[in-house]
Write a protein that binds this ligand. Structure first.
Ligand SMILES: Nc1nc2c(ncn2[C@@H]2O[C@H](COP(=O)(O)OP(=O)(O)O[C@H]3O[C@H](CO)[C@@H](O)[C@H](O)[C@@H]3O)[C@@H](O)[C@H]2O)c(=O)[nH]1
Length: 239
C-alpha cells in the first residue's frame, strides 16, 4: 500500500491524544500521523512529545498564530505535500471518527475515488450516536442546506473524516481558501467537485466525544451559513 498520512488537528485534547494515536497505530503501524496543534495549553503538546520518543512515524507541528481548524489542516496539507504520501487523511482527535474506518476510506481511494468521505448522512440516513440533539440538527441541516444551495452531490458536506488522493490537494491553491472554521470542510469538497474529482461517501458511525469539549462556536456557524452563499453566488472559482 502506498504511504498514508493521518492529519489530526488538536486544540486542548490531552484527555484523548494518547489513546487516539495508539489506536491509529494499532490499526496499521505503517501509517504516519501528523498532529497539527494550535498551541494547546492543557498538556497536549507534552503528551505528544512523550509518544514521539517511541513512535518514529509520529510528527508534530505547533502553530502559535492564525489559528482555526481550516488553517490547521492547510498547514498539515502543505507539510504533507512536501513528502511522498499518496493518501492524506483528516480525522478528529476525540474518537468521533473510529480509527477502524481508516482502511475503508483508503480502500475507496485505492478503488478509484479521488476523495473518500466518512459520511454520517448517506441517503439521508443519520448515523450519529450520543450527539446532543441541537448539534445533530445543526450539522444535518447544514449538510442539507449546502447540498440545496450549491447542488454538490454529497450528503455529508461538513464531514471532517476524509481521505484525499495527493493529486486533489496538489490541484488546490490554498492561498484562495476563504474559510477558517468548519466551513473549510464544505469549501474543500466544493473545490474538489468543481475540479471533477471523483467523490465517494463511505458510511460511518459518528460517536460524539466522551472526553474534552467541542470547539464549535457561533462565529464558526455564521461563517458556514453566509459563507456557503458567498461560495455559490460570489463565484468561488476552481482556483
Ligand atoms: N489545531 C486546531 N484544531 C482544532 C481547532 N478547533 C477544533 N480542532 C480539533 O478538530 C477536531 C474536531 O473538533 P471538535 O470541536 O471536536 O469538532 P465537533 O464539534 O465534534 O465537530 C465535528 O463535526 C463538524 C461538522 O459536522 C466537523 O466539521 C468537525 O470536523 C467535527 O467532526 C478535534 O480534534 C479538535 O481538537 C483549532 O482551532 N485548531
Amino acid at each position: 500500500m502506498q504511504q498514508a498520512l493521518i492529519i489530526i488537528p488538536t486544540l486542548n485534547e490531552v484527555e484523548n491524544i494518547h489513546a487516539i494515536i495508539n489506536a491509529v497505530f494499532t490499526i496499521n503501524a505503517n501509517y504516519h500521523i501528523l498532529i497539527v496543534d494550535d498551541n494547546s495549553t492543557d498538556g497536549t503538546i507534552k503528551a505528544i512529545q512523550q509518544l514521539q520518543h517511541t513512535n518514529s512515524n509520529l510528527y508534530l507541528e505547533i502553530r502559535t498564530q492564525n489559528r482555526g481548524l481550516g488553517k490547521a489542516y492547510i498547514h498539515g496539507f502543505l507539510w504533507a505535500l512536501k513528502k511522498d504520501y499518496e493518501y492524506i487523511l483528516e480525522m478528529d482527535a476525540d474518537f468521533s471518527h473510529n480509527p477502524k474506518d481508516i482502511p475503508r476510506l483508503i480502500n475507496a481511494c485505492e478503488q478509484g475515488a479521488d476523495l473518500a468521505i466518512g459520511s454520517r448522512y448517506i441517503n439521508n440516513k443519520i448515523n450519529v450516536i450520543n450527539w446532543d440533539f441541537k448539534r445533530l440538527i445543526l450539522s444535518y441541516t447544514a449538510s442539507k442546506y449546502v447540498k440545496f444551495v450549491t447542488g454538490i452531490p454529497v450528503f455529508d458536506t461538513t464531514a471532517g473524516f476524509i481521505c484525499y488522493k495527493k493529486r486533489v490537494l496538489e490541484s488546490i491553491d490554498f492561498s484562495n481558501i476563504r474559510f477558517t472554521g468548519y466551513a473549510f470542510q464544505i469549501e474543500m469538497k466544493f473545490k474538489a467537485w468543481l475540479r471533477n474529482f471523483s467523490i465517494q461517501e463511505v458510511a460511518i458511525i459518528f460517536t460524539d466525544r466522551t472526553k474534552g469539549t467541542s470547539k464549535l462556536d457561533s462565529s464558526i456557524i455564521s461563517e458556514a451559513i453566509f459563507g456557503v452563499i458567498k461560495m455559490k453566488f460570489k463565484g468561488l472559482t476552481k482556483k
